[in-house]
Design a protein around this ligand. Structure first.
Ligand code: ADP
Ligand code: ADP
Length: 233
């Protein structure tokens, strides 16, 4: 487990030739945020406010225009994504259709050259946490939306990340499934005690899950506090 610090973080996309989409062209504008070890922080804000860009910079999938990112006291700006000990559960990160759930969960460890006995040990440890034991032999096309999400999160946490980043993990679920999965996530996070950043545009989701909520608008941090602090104002 580790803390995460964003220090004067800026992102400016090169939109040359295109219509300006952001204030001053900054998708992320002087963002300062400190997440304590084991804390669950929700990044809340309307579509286009810079949430995904922030996660992508933390993960190393997007260049930083200016600013610093630390895991504990370690500056990670120049670390390769693979060396960041960050787990990503992004909705657009599709599973490999020809592999069953086990293969998908194991994939990143296989790619890293972890031996199969160790992979098997970790899959068997994580499967009950995510309640996917009965799904391990299934192919991705046979899974429901909620099952896919659980597998996605299993893929992220099997790498034993210090920081877990989730980008709208419930966005394609509706009604009951959404509420059930929210409870699932809460249960899971309590168990794995990973420092987590959770992106959502849903205030209810943020309030019911997060230790603290960071409200972002036009790339600018507007408020950061516990749900009570943020909504009592
Ligand atoms: P959110 O996740 O809050 O919906 P994003 O981080 O996806 O917001 O986007 C923030 C801003 O950056 C938006 O104005 C968006 O149009 C712009 N943006 C996102 N990705 C790119 C890109 N690859 N190139 C140019 N502009 C982008
Ligand atoms: P690779 O060539 O291994 O895919 P990348 O730089 O694309 O390397 O990604 C580095 C790591 O980040 C990969 O191990 C992958 O698991 C993860 N990753 C990349 N893109 C995404 C994404 N959209 N969602 C979740 N994880 C991702």
């Amino acid at each position: 487990m580790a803390g995460l610090t964003l220090e004067h973080l800026f992102k400016r996309y090169d939109n040359s030739g295109k219509k300006k989409r952001t204030v001053n062209d900054y998708a992320v504008n002087d963002l300062n945020l400190k997440c304590e070890q084991g804390e669950f922080v929700a990044l809340l804000g309307p579509s286009g406010c810079g949430k995904t860009t922030t996660l992508r910079m933390i993960a190393g999938l997007e260049d930083i225009t200016k600013g610093n990112i630390y895991i504990d006291d370690c500056l990670i700006n120049d670390l390769h994504p693979k060396d960041r000990k960050i787990g990503l559960a992004f909705e657009d990160y599709a599973m490999y259709p020809p592999l069953n759930v086990y293969g998908n969960v194991a994939f990143n460890l296989r790619a890293k050259g972890v031996d199969s006995a160790e992979i098997d040990r970790r899959v068997r440890e994580i499967a009950p946490l995510m309640q996917i034991e009965d799904l391990l032999e299934k192919m991705p096309v046979k899974l429901s939306g909620g099952q896919k999400q659980r597998v996605n999160i299993a893929r992220a946490i099997i790498r034993e990340p210090e920081i877990l980043l989730m980008d709208e993990p419930l966005s394609h679920l509706d009604g009951k499934a959404r509420q059930a999965m929210r409870i699932e996530i809460k249960r899971l996070i309590n168990k794995i005690k990973c420092t987590t950043i959770y992106v959502t545009h849903d205030q209810l989701e943020a309030m019911s899950l997060a230790d603290r909520i960071a409200i972002i608008n036009f790339g600018v941090l507007q408020q950061f506090g516990t749900p009570t602090e943020v909504y009592d104002d």
